[in-house]
Ligand binder design. Structure first.
Ligand code: NDP
Ligand code: OXD
Length: 310
């Protein structure tokens, strides 16, 4: 069986040993130079494939995303129809995201940015601390990653709510859904975490209206996709004090252009899309399992619903 790796910027050699440990006779090919006969490609493993490329493999049995998100695949207008697509559900990615979200929630909760700026100005001043039970967390997206983050944050004593398309029954987490549910959650959220997939329904969700529905001085953490945030609305909300701090891991354009105002905004902490990485040592077994499923024409693990967009 032949797997084609389409991922500019990622070293395919890092995947060879872990994948061959799972499937010793796997024929691993690398786009663009090592494709060989396109008819022989069974499965594609990809991050941001060039538009039109996937349609050139007539016998494709599955498209596997190297990431949890799949909008980079669905944006292709020539996406071959009927080929199953799977997002990545990987324990390493989940651990990475939980670590990142906990780190940033605690940073905002314990007023770390204010202490850092006091350090710069040589200020020795204690800042009033809140109990975790008095800091309400709201999570947009209670799926694989949002649910895992919510579960751990509950253990710190934070009251945790989450918003998803379908309502959830997760221990300790108050579940909201629908537009009314969104606003009901926002008005009682001090730290808002975005872990939604990017779809036409969720694009621009963090705009002047939703940011304005949060209590004054709330904080946001966006670890999902840059297009969830309307950049100008966030800057305006930060400048007016409606939002007191933001952690941003993802951006409309990546790398974030050097002239973008986010770089120098004093209330923004930014990361270069580093919240959670796909590591071969963790993800290869999940991917190998999906390659075998694809070849046997079994449903994929993490198979997405193309019409729903995630
Ligand atoms: P899942 O598909 O498991 O979860 C998505 C959640 O969003 C579900 O709870 C779903 O609701 C909810 N949702 C989707 N659309 C809507 C909507 N219109 N209204 C309300 N809720 C909605 O995804 P993951 O948790 O695995 O990943 C989430 C995202 O995190 C990825 O798509 C990716 O963009 C981002 N990500 C970012 C990384 C980074 O390094 N910055 C790393 C990994 C992921 P329901 O449960 O009802 O279906
Ligand atoms: C992902 C990502 O979606 O890395 O996995 O952003």
């Amino acid at each position: 069986m032949a797997l084609l790796f389409i991922c500019e910027g990622e070293d395919p050699r890092a995947w060879e040993t872990p994948l061959r440990t799972e499937i010793p006779d796997l024929d691993i090919r690398v786009w663009p130079d090592g494709v060989g006969n396109p008819d022989e490609i069974d499965v594609v493993l990809t991050w941001k494939p060039p538009r039109g490329l996937l349609a050139t493999f007539p016998n494709l049995k599955a498209i596997l995303s190297l990431a949890a998100g799949i909008e980079h695949i669905l944006r292709d207008p020539e996406l071959p129809s009927g080929v199953p697509i799977a997002r990545l559900i990987d324990p390493g990615l989940k651990t990475g995201m939980v670590e990142f979200v906990v780190m940033e929630v605690l940073r905002h909760h314990r007023r770390e940015p204010e202490y850092r700026s006091q350090q710069l100005s040589g200020d020795w001043k204690l800042l009033r601390q809140k109990l975790s039970r008095d800091r309400r967390i709201g999570i947009l997206g209670l799926g694989h990653l949002g649910g895992a983050c919510g579960e751990i944050l509950c253990r710190f004593g934070f009251p945790v709510s989450g918003w998803s398309r379908s309502s959830k029954n997760l221990a300790g987490i108050t579940s909201y859904s629908g537009e009314d549910g969104l606003f009901a959650m926002l008005e009682q959220t001090d730290i808002l975490i975005c872990l939604l997939p990017l779809t036409p329904d969720t694009e621009d969700i963090l705009d002047a209206t939703t940011l304005g529905a949060l209590p004054r001085g709330a904080m946001i953490i966006n670890a999902a996709r840059g297009k969830h945030v309307v950049d100008d609305d966030l800057i305006a909300a930060l400048n007016s004090g409606q939002i007191s701090g933001a952690t941003l891991d993802v951006f409309r354009e990546e790398p974030l252009p050097s002239h973008h105002p986010f770089w120098s905004h004093p209330d923004i902490i930014l990361y270069p899309h580093a919240a959670a990485w796909t590591l071969p040592e963790s993800a290869a077994s999940v991917i190998a399992d999906n390659i075998i499923r694809a070849v046997k024409a079994e449903p994929l693990f993490g198979q997405i619903d193309v019409r729903r967009g995630y």
